[in-house]
Design a protein around this ligand. Structure first.
Ligand SMILES: [Fe+2]
Length: 191
């Protein structure tokens, strides 16, 4: 179950697919950033053994997804290029606490929410995509994002007592929904 405080309206997917090049390029950048986020946690918290193996695996999976999206661009005659990112992740992390262990728990919970939102939206895209290759790309990634959501929640529960994690997740989920509702009109996974 995804712990999101809002649902994306299904019409979002048709709009996003209408700007497929922008959407795929954003998606590639998102997969690369997800790998980077996991790696940054490994560098920032080498003393937390519980993070190391799960996040190393997760970073590898995100990079494999990055390669999948690069291939999806290539078969359509498109290429990765720099792109203005959605402000979503930056704004989401504005609420991350400064002191530990709250900081680590919040970083993990923000990643859990990003994975949940990606999962929700891949589901909508898989249903709306007319092209079978595209529908199967999104359907394949959806399962991994749901699993990553769970991995980040489990890790947060090792950083803080479970009841604190539950309460903090509810707060951050409300913030995530608000950030998304104020997002600019861009063809992005998180806009
Ligand atoms: Fe992921």
């Amino acid at each position: 179950m995804l712990r999101l405080a809002s649902s994306t309206e299904p019409a979002w997917a048709a709009r996003a697919l209408g700007s497929l090049e922008e959407l795929l390029i954003d998606h590639a950048h998102c997969e690369k950033k997800a790998a980077g986020t996991a790696l940054r946690l490994l560098f920032s918290y080498p003393h937390h053994d519980f993070l190391q193996q799960p996040l190393a695996r997760l970073a590898r999976e995100e990079l494999a997804h990055f390669e999948e999206v690069l291939a999806a661009l290539r078969v359509r005659g498109l290429r990765l290029r720099p792109q203005r990112p959605a402000p979503y992740a930056g704004r989401l992390r504005e609420r991350v606490r400064r002191s530990e262990p709250g900081r680590l728990a919040d970083l993990l919970l923000c990643s859990a929410l990003i994975e949940a939102r990606s999962c929700e939206r891949f589901g909508l895209l898989a249903r709306a995509a007319a092209e079978p290759g595209l529908a199967s790309l999104y359907a394949g990634l959806l399962e991994a994002e749901a699993r990553h959501h769970g991995v980040y929640l489990d890790l947060a529960s090792e950083a803080l007592p479970r009841e604190h994690v539950r309460a903090r997740l509810a707060e951050l989920a409300l913030h995530e929904a608000q950030v998304l509702s104020q997002a600019p009109e861009l063809a992005r996974l998180h806009a």
